[in-house]
Structures are given as C-alpha cells and as structure tokens.
Design a binder for this molecule. Structure first.
Ligand code: HSE
Length: 298
C-alpha cells in the first residue's frame, strides 16, 4: 500500500501573530511518498538536492513523526519514505513543517484515518520540536489544514480556520541564505511591556477582523509586529528597504515569513502582487542578493 501527497509551504506569524497565525501557500511545497513495507524498518531515501539532510529515522523529521504515530498505536511497521523538497530548510517557509505535515497526513491515510486532524497537527508538531526546539504549530497547522489558521490555544491544542478575501495574494522573497529557527527563536525577548501587549493585541484584532470581513484597511492597519520583526529583521539583508518598497507599491502589509530570511507582502489582487514581485526582483538584483520570488494564492 502506498500514497503520494503534497504539503504546502507556509507563512507563519503573518505579521503580529507570533506562533499563533499561519497560512498555506497554494502550489509551493513538498511531495512525499510513503509505502508500507513487510519489514519493520523505516527507510528514508536520499532527498534529491539535499545530500546533507539526515536520513536516520530518529533524526529525519519524517522518521520522527512516523515513529511517534506508530508508537502511539503500539504498532511495528516498516515504511519506505521518499521526500521531494521544493523549499530549502532554513527558508522561513515552513520547509520542515511541510515534511512533518506530509508524513502525518500520508501515514494516517495508510492507517485508515485512525487519527483526527488535530492529532495529526500534534504529531507534526513533534517534527518542529526536533528541528527548532519548540513545538510551534503555526506552520504545520496551516500545511495540514490549508488556508488561514489561528492557533487559539496550545494546551489544549485548538485551531481555528478563518475566511479571508478570495483575491488576496502573497508575494514572497526568499533571499538564498539560511536562518535557523532555533537561533532566531533564542534572540527574541522573553518579556514584553503591557503597553506593547496592548498594541500587539489591537493589531491582531484588526488583522483578523480585516481578513474575515474583507476590510483591506483593517488588514493594513493590523500588519505591525512588536515581537519578532523588530529583532529578526537584523538577520535579513535589505528587509527595511524591501518593506518600504512593497508598501510604496500598494502592498497591504509586509513582514518576515516565519523566522526568516524569507519575507512576504499581502496584496489585494494578482495585478498588485505582480507589481510588488517585479519591484522586489529588481531590488534584489540591484543589491546582488540572490533571491527567489514567488507569487501565490492562499
Ligand atoms: N512561529 C515560529 C517562529 C515559526 O516564528 O519562530 C517558525 O517558522
């Protein structure tokens, strides 16, 4: 029995929603194939283009997630896992989350859907914990559930899927440098002044209200972050200028994707996204920073 699945890449945090907001990028992501074997071994095949990623079942994210699912069932089951990555690890686009989400979903299908969608998110979070030291759910929830997700609570895990304007488009710039989530989590402050918390809550409230009612002005006014962006932006070459350029060219907002170095802009439609994408292409070329630009639906 075998299955092949696609898991979308994701943008976590989405401005002010550190660890609680995530969205799935349509068409950008990872393909993964799992086959049940007669033996008890979990075999992870070499990953095309990524010779340095570990393949041992206790180190590879797919192996970690699959083992946890099988252990929970008290079941020994050999697996052959083939991973095809489209997004580099350390990109800020939920590359490890894609592998975790794809494994949880695919294996559950082969196990006759014994686990609920929420349980799959919890298994996929184990992959995030192994990679970054923290079991954040914003990437894996969006990759598994699609669309736009809110992690309403971690204990117990509660996830909300929210509506968003159907024409909304995302432009992503992925400068080809690596930022490890584990490192960019450590540099964040552990505490925040209550006055900043109030500002941040106002921003999140405006952003979510704007998304669910298609009020573009509210989306725009809510896209400010006081937790991650002010600190992590130092790790991202050209971030300040790229953000200004996006906003000057009609973007509704711009921030860091996950823990970076990718950045993203919200645009009200395809044409606007094209304009921002073209400006960013030119901008990174002028700076001689090798960067991939994606335009995507949610
Ligand atoms: N919410 C996580 C973080 C996402 O910002 O650290 C990592 O991709």
């Amino acid at each position: 029995k075998k299955i092949k699945v696609f898991a979308p890449a994701t943008i976590a945090n989405v401005g002010p929603g550190y660890d609680i907001l995530g969205l799935a990028l349509e068409g950008v992501g990872e393909h993964l194939e799992i086959e049940l074997l007669d033996s008890n071994d979990i075999i992870i095949h070499p990953i095309p283009g990524y010779p340095d990623l570990p393949l041992g079942p206790d180190e590879n994210i797919a192996g970690i997630v699959a083992n946890a699912m099988l252990n929970q069932l008290g079941r020994k089951q050999g697996l052959s896992i083939k991973i095809q990555k489209a997004v580099k690890p350390g990109s800020g686009l939920g590359s490890s989350g894609c592998t975790a989400a794809a494994t949880a979903f695919a294996l559950n299908e082969l196990l006759d859907s014994v686990f609920t969608p929420l349980e799959l998110v919890e298994f996929a979070m184990l992959g995030e914990k192994a990679t970054s030291g923290k079991a954040h759910a914003d990437n894996v929830a969006a990759s598994l559930m699609g669309g736009f997700c809110i992690i309403k609570s971690y204990h117990p895990l509660e996830i909300l899927s929210i509506p968003f304007p159907k024409d909304l488009r995302i432009v992503v710039a992925h400068p080809q440098i690596e930022v490890k989530t584990a490192d960019s989590k450590k540099i964040l402050k552990k505490e925040m002044a209550i006055s900043d918390v109030i500002t941040q809550m106002g921003n999140i409230a405006a952003l979510i209200s704007g998304l669910t009612t298609s009020n573009l002005e509210w989306i725009k006014s809510g896209m400010n972050d006081l937790i991650a962006e002010p600190i992590r932006s130092y790790l991202i070459p050209g971030f300040g200028q790229a953000k200004t350029l996006a906003l000057e060219n009609g973007a509704l907002g711009c921030s860091i994707s996950g823990s970076g170095p990718s950045i993203f802009a919200f645009c009200e439609n395809e044409n606007q996204a094209q304009v921002v994408g073209d400006k960013w292409k030119q901008f990174y070329a002028d700076l001689e920073i090798d960067s991939k630009i994606y335009l995507s639906k949610i």
